[in-house]
Design a protein around this ligand. Structure first.
Ligand code: 7TS
Length: 390
């Protein structure tokens, strides 16, 4: 049996999305910026896909949705765009507030900008991996130009107080960006209710294709173009549009929004069943109260069981999990969020992330419980090297 429980890293393509994309690799291959029939005939499909993103986020036509190649590009574009537009021209406002547990595409971009005179405050998480709105507010100074805070964390699933911080930022005249990669399709993301200035999303996290994402930009908060050399996207992001993937993202986001309810009932129930079973294993530590997490995610530590060793045991049994973000998993890193939570350092080395999707089945969950429990027993029995006393 093969069980995929690494849906926070990427998801499988929804079969309907695959079917929808197919014609755009075959007969409908024109460049939408061309003036002939091949170009013109694909344009309505692009418009439909963009319309789906506008509907999903509940945003007005006057706001912008820039198509990007991924969330990493969207995050880089916001941070570097704010640097070029605001900080370079007014160095008195050179302060950015973020959290210590953002995705590396935010954290590392900000470290890069620090080398260019930007001052950054990385707000710590609490023992649950949560971020308090008050801590973010307290970090703001008269020099703050931007707050960047993710909607939900990819490692723990913890949901951050975006609505409250966005409101605060607006009252203070500070720009607000949220990386909503882990929220789309799992939580309601309604930008009429939660007024953000910039929002990042990525199709492959909600059963769309990899290599396509978007950046929402509120009217009045436009940023300079970072990709020059073409008139695509109204000159705001040059480069030939990836029509098949944009069409795929359009249907994927429609499907994702239509399945938020399913995620919060059926998938949540499966996640809870898995979590309840794993919590019974002695000396396990599960991060964050589950009502404060996205409905598909569990991050846990099992004392005496090295995370990488556990991954290999699971992998041998056909189960895909992770020790944390795939962006860092080639090295034997400690889980960065576990480290940020600041508990016993052993926990960060014994972290396992399990993330479900709407395609996860009860049979898969039951199989995982069985394999996982046996793997812990096996690894603990040989784990005198890790000092587990039982
Ligand atoms: N932002 C968040 C919150 C993410 O979880 C990821 C990917 C990205 C940005 C980057 O997305 P991309 O479209 O550029 O690929 N996160 C993970 C993860 O948790 N494990 O592998 C990738």
């Amino acid at each position: 049996m093969r069980v995929y429980l690494d849906n926070n890293a990427t998801t499988k393509i929804d079969p309907l999305v695959k079917v929808k994309m197919q014609p755009f690799f075959e007969e409908l291959y024109g460049n939408p910026n061309s003036l002939h029939a091949y170009g013109m005939e694909v344009r309505p499909h692009l418009n439909e896909a963009l319309g789906a993103v506008y509907d999903a986020l509940n945003i007005p036509d006057e706001d912008d949705v820039l198509i990007t190649s991924c969330a990493t590009e969207s995050n880089n574009s916001v941070l570097k765009g704010v640097f070029f537009k605001h900080i370079l021209t007014n160095p008195d406002k050179n302060h950015i507030v973020t959290t210590a547990v953002e995705h590396p595409s935010v954290l590392e971009t900000l470290l890069f900008l620090e080398e260019h005179g930007v001052r950054v405050t990385f707000v710590d998480v609490d023992e649950n991996g949560g971020v308090s709105a008050q801590a973010v507010k307290d970090a703001v100074t008269d020099q703050t130009i931007l707050i960047s805070m993710m909607w939900a964390n990819n490692e723990t699933g913890m949901i951050f107080p975006v609505a409250e911080v966005a409101k605060f930022a607006r009252e203070k005249g500070i720009l607000f960006h949220t990386d909503a990669v882990q929220a789309i399709g799992k939580l309601p993301v309604d930008l009429k209710k939660v007024r953000v200035d910039y929002l990042t999303l990525s199709a492959h996290k909600f059963h769309g294709p990899k290599g396509i994402g978007a950046l929402y930009v509120r009217k009045g908060c436009e940023l300079p173009n970072l990709f020059h050399g073409g008139e695509q996207m109204g000159g705001k992001r040059a480069g030939t549009l990836n029509v098949p993937y944009i069409v795929g993202m359009g249907l994927a986001i429609r499907q994702a929004v239509n399945h938020v309810e399913v995620m919060n009932t059926q998938v949540r129930a499966l996640r809870d069943e898995l979590e309840d079973a794993l919590a019974k294993i002695p000396d396990t530590f599960i991060v964050g109260p589950r009502h404060m997490r996205t409905p598909n995610t569990i991050l846990l530590s099992i004392r005496g069981v090295e995370g990488e060793a556990m991954l290999w045991d699971l992998n041998r049994a056909g189960i895909a999990a992770s020790t944390g973000s795939a962006c860092a998993s080639e090295s034997l890193h400690a889980n960065p969020v576990m480290s940020a939570i600041g508990q016993d350092p052993e926990l960060a080395h014994t972290a396992i992330r399990l993330s479900l999707s709407r395609f996860t089945t009860l049979e898969e969950v039951e199989y995982t419980i069985e394999v996982f429990t046996k793997a812990v027993e096996r690894l603990r029995s040989i784990s005198s090297t890790y000092g587990y006393k039982g």
